[in-house]
Design a protein around this ligand. Sequence first.
Ligand code: ADP
Ligand code: MG
Length: 685
Amino acid sequence: MRPDLLNPLFAETGSLKGVGPGLARPLDKLGLTRIRDLVYHLPERFVARRPILNLDEAGVGENIVVALTVQEHRAPAGRGPFRVLATDAAGNFVAITYFGRAAYSAKKLLPVGAKRWVAGRLDQFGQSLQIVHPDHVVEDSAELLGQMNEPVYPLSEGLTQNRLHGLVQQALGHLPDLPEWIEPGQLDRSGWPKWADAMRSAHTGSAEAARDRLAYDELLANALALMLVRAGNRNRVGQQLAGDGHLRAKLHLPFALTGAQTRSIAEIAGDMAQGAPMLRLLQGDVGAGKTAVALHAMLIAVEAGAQAAMLAPTEILARQHFATLSKMLAGTGVSIAILTGRDKGRAREATLMGLLDGSIHICVGTHAIFQETVAYRNLGLVVIDEQHRFGVGQRLMLTQKAKRTPHCLAMTATPIPRTLTLAQYGEMDVSRLDEMPPGRQPIDTRVIAIERMADVVDGIGRHIEKGGQAYWVCPMVREQETEDLAAAEARHAALAARFGDKVELVHGQLRPEAKDAAMERFVRGEALVLVATTVIEVGVDVPNATLMVIEQAERFGLAQLHQLRGRVGRGSDKSTCLLLRGEALSETGRERLALMRETQDGFRLAEEDLRLRGGGELLGTRQSGDTPFRVATFEQITRLLPVAHDDARLLMDRDGGLASPRGAAARVLLYLFERDWGVQLLRGG
Ligand code: ADP
Ligand code: MG
């Protein structure tokens, strides 16, 4: 149970003053559903504002605070913006400009004749000066002038800096006094403030020590939780599964295993023969051949008289695995079934029976395979594909289902740097498929300016005329969801206008059935062009799709580009990946795209990605989904993770049951970062 002293932090954001239903959605989008989330929503930067008397004193692009008198309202002609003309003390004119619905509030905020303090960025518009969507408009200067270093928060549509700032301030008023979980020596050495102080400082200035402390907390929580899982796992009872090889001998794969595959299978077999349950990660780049390794592991379980289950993150991947594995298993006498949320009625009943009486040896499916109603006769191995889609907590739930803990093999194609492997999968042993099956053709990767869009579309036309299929990927980030979605839809419309109903669109906002239907049309070759956001990143295998276009490639992380590119180059034909870049490309952006052209080694790209981002000029260069962290930036991970890891180790050695006062504080930390699955294991065993 969560310690009571954390309750104020876990209260809903809706309990704050002034949060109505209108704010719920934008807050939800940012993941700010509880007070805890708000206080950990750290500013991405701070702006320094300069108070000025006279607009002549300020440069264009400068953030200023100035007293203005409103002269005139200019309603838009047609779809233009709403402008408020105002003058400073010297009579210089400036236009305060509002787009869209913001215009309504502007009239009230800035009535004609009134004097107001306006804070914002001074811009030039033609010959005149303007301030677009000022950050603040107030009657009284005191508040503004007292705060010259203002936080800028990541926003979502429907939220303003002002609103969010107000909410964060309210939330900061609810900070409880938490016991110290950091070792005193570490606190002294680094000069870090206490938790609540660090929290408040992080919102008021670019307080490096405060930010480091908060990041360290997160890293420590993660390291501790993983160690607890690992320790808990060691104490559990598994079953020794040593296959005799009779089923594996019947396999007739159309290829010889690579050295890396053979080595990984041997490592897995070694684990499964032990009494303690296996907890192993199989890390291998896209196309490295993880499925064949998983198949061998599952056959070991079946040879030893147990069952195996394989979990895929999506319906479509589950079906694909089922088809591939069924083909590979032909003639072995091993029975395999599929179970997803979509399988209903008699077929489902039959599968459930088969799992219960043991006549089904291998079950492939989505999380449906672990629902309450699904019982196995003797589940000996769980394989989790594309592990990064599932959290450690979910994984634990899965393996706790059986009386005896099944062995667990998690697989991931996300090539993460070694430092992050520790952070993300520290509780597991790792096998790496660091060798590609022979005969793969390198993917011809090119960087092309967006201006050449028409040529690219012509190229697609020629490609599909020759019977090929193509992916067209559009960026999608949470903060910019609406615009991104609109752009993807527009691209789909444009391509459909040219190529007709051979073009499909998939994105994360579609209902799962609609998404699967579109994907399936592409898999079956009925659709030839698949316009998609990053939802196709994982696992889909269409060997005939040998062309990929990635629009605004500079907006993707390197690791993500690599994952995407891995969707092509799967057949024997030569594949091409076109990275369309926008006009304004930063130095780093240029470097990153050049790297994509240069190498196809996922691990190298991951290391470089970390290096390029680690230099981070911004305070908060996070990209959601890339790491399990919300607070720690790449730079902080690189610098602080080893320290946090050592400290966690030390604490575990001294007080593995977290019973001392510092241990109790560490439990609070685990709950604070919602890594309490570690604590629950502790209590359970
Ligand atoms: P991933 O690691 O991305 O899951 P897959 O298991 O889907 O990769 O394998 C990719 C392709 O490589 C499949 O078509 C598979 O049949 C093939 N493959 C796997 N192992 C080998 C091998 N040792 N030699 C040749 N082809 C292989
Ligand atoms: Mg795979």
